[in-house]
Design a protein around this ligand. Structure first.
Ligand code: DUT
Length: 158
């Protein structure tokens, strides 16, 4: 059950189910203020995936989508899986470009001590839609002076 009403006037995300995603819940905001929509593993009913400690895997979600122009999708870990099982997204945040039309995939890594078994429909990550700004890159020979200058990586102390 989505917390977003059908009358919502904000951006629309077109989502197309792939055959192996049939029957899975469509990603939805679970609460009125949720930032992310949970993504479910579209592994086969009889093909759970065991992720060994230290192993990584690219998991199918069973859908493709059209992100509205000017936005991206970020694939982020679920804190519960990270805390309880040490399972997180290896490339967090994964970047989904608005012109991508392939299946959305989730790159998980098991940093825990035990096998982690992923079953069909398990909520393995979350997806946040965020605005993106593109820039025109202008190559120059000088950049402006600032108080920080080249200081970084702890230059202001702890
Ligand atoms: O967690 C992720 C990250 C990426 N992608 C898809 C959507 C994205 O638009 C595309 C390319 O991702 P990215 O730009 O991070 O990959 P790359 O390694 O730079 O490959 P490419 O040369 O295809 O851009 O792969 C996913 O499905 N899940």
């Amino acid at each position: 059950m989505s917390a977003i009403s059908p009358e919502y006037l904000g951006p629309v995300l077109n989502l197309k189910r792939l055959p192996h995603g049939a029957g899975l819940d469509v990603p939805a905001y679970e609460t009125a203020g949720a930032a992310g929509m949970d993504l479910r593993a579209a592994v086969g009913d009889d093909e759970p995936m065991a992720l060994a400690p230290g192993a990584r895997a690219l998991l199918p979600t069973g859908f493709v989508m059209e992100i509205p122009p000017g936005f991206e999708a970020q694939i982020r870990p679920r804190s519960g899986l990270a805390f309880k099982n040490g399972v997180t997204c290896l490339n967090t945040p994964g970047t989904i470009d608005s012109d991508y039309r392939g299946e959305v995939k989730v790159l998980l890594v098991n940093l825990g001590q035990e096998d982690f078994v992923i079953t069909r429909g398990m909520r393995i990550a979350q997806m946040v839609i965020a605005p993106v700004t593109q820039v025109r890159v202008a190559e120059v020979t000088e950049t402006s002076d600032t108080a920080r200058g080249a200081g970084g990586f702890g230059s202001t102390g702890v």
